[in-house]
Design a protein around this ligand. Structure first.
Ligand code: SF4
Length: 311
């Protein structure tokens, strides 16, 4: 029997026949900053960004599952483009932008009109697994929790708006549209509308709007993310790259015992997770998820490019 699934896997995972060195620019899809409130890292890890740029070997490359979700994402995006065409609001898609002032370049998913304002807006199309309770609860929200976009996606949309501002384009809103690829429920699909707002302390932050269950517009400002903080972290990365200095880690693969005790006491770690760690700390270690999913994080044997380096 011709193994079709194995042939598809090989095809998806085969390397590109063309090897080319990309000219370095900061990319909104890899956006990052340190929180203006408590300095915690948001978005991409600076060390991962550095290692990616310097082409360090990937100990945990993208697996076939992630590749398949990326393929599904492309299909959903082209479906959305067709829907926008049918709605008569479509203008363009995959629009490349470059902001020379901050060496930022990216590709906007969809440019379209907002029929209520008659102005151009951006849509960034993302997919997630709405059948996963935690993912669904965090994006769509619940009686106890406000709907919240993923940090990296919010940073990306914020970056696009900064690029539009810096390049003189009159585009002031990005719609961050989440589509539930599991098609669990139509109401798992969710829209956030993001714009720039200036606070009294002059910080420029993202203002996030969404529709509540009664269809009323609700909004909040994420004061952790600021224009200044975004540029500062990009400049830090530039300095590390220029001086060929490996940046410190933004995240931890394994928390120290003290940190775990502290997080448990402040209810940031569940009793179940804590008890499992107590039973076998080596096997059930607790750390940042960012390291587990990082291309330079641990492989199945526990080897990690990042964590094998002592700096
Ligand atoms: S493994 Fe963790 S600390 Fe290291 S580069 Fe990746 S995210 Fe950063």
């Amino acid at each position: 029997m011709f193994n079709i699934l194995s042939a598809l896997k090989n095809n998806l995972q085969s390397p590109s026949p063309i090897k080319t060195k990309r000219i370095f620019t900061h990319n909104p899809s890899q956006a990052m900053c340190y929180s203006a409130l408590d300095n915690s890292p948001l978005g991409t890890c600076i060390r991962a960004s550095y290692m990616n740029n310097k082409e360090y070997p990937k100990s945990n490359p993208m697996g076939i599952y992630v590749q398949m979700t990326a393929e599904a994402g492309k299909l959903w995006e082209s479906w959305l483009i067709n829907q926008y065409k049918e709605l008569g609001i479509y203008v363009d898609h995959s629009v490349r932008m470059y902001d020379e002032s901050h060496n930022l370049s990216g590709e906007l998913d969809i440019l379209h009109m907002n029929p209520l304002t008659d102005k151009l807006e951006i849509t960034e199309c993302k997919q997630y697994n709405g059948s996963n309770f935690y993912a669904q609860n965090s994006i769509v929200g619940s009686a106890k929790q406000r709907p919240t976009p993923k940090e990296s996606h919010l940073l990306q949309c914020f970056d696009y708006l900064l690029m539009c501002k810096n390049t003189g384009h009159d585009i002031t809103h990005t719609n961050l549209l989440y589509l539930d690829r599991s098609c669990g429920s139509y109401y798992n699909n969710f829209q956030f509308r993001i714009s720039l707002t200036t606070l009294t302390n002059k910080n420029v932050c993202p203002l996030i709007e969404y529709l509540d269950s009664e269809g009323k517009v609700q909004s909040y400002i994420d004061t952790r993310i600021t224009e200044k903080a975004m540029y500062e972290k990009n400049e830090m990365l530039d300095t590390f790259l220029e001086n060929e200095l490996l940046p410190p880690r933004d995240f931890a693969l394994k928390y120290t015992e003290d940190k775990i005790e502290l997080l448990f006491k402040s209810k940031q770690i569940s009793a179940n997770k804590y008890n499992k760690w107590k039973e076998n700390p080596a096997k059930n270690f607790i750390g940042d998820w960012n390291c587990v999913y990082c291309p330079f994080g641990p492989d199945l044997n526990g080897f990690s490019t990042c964590w094998s380096l002592n700096e």
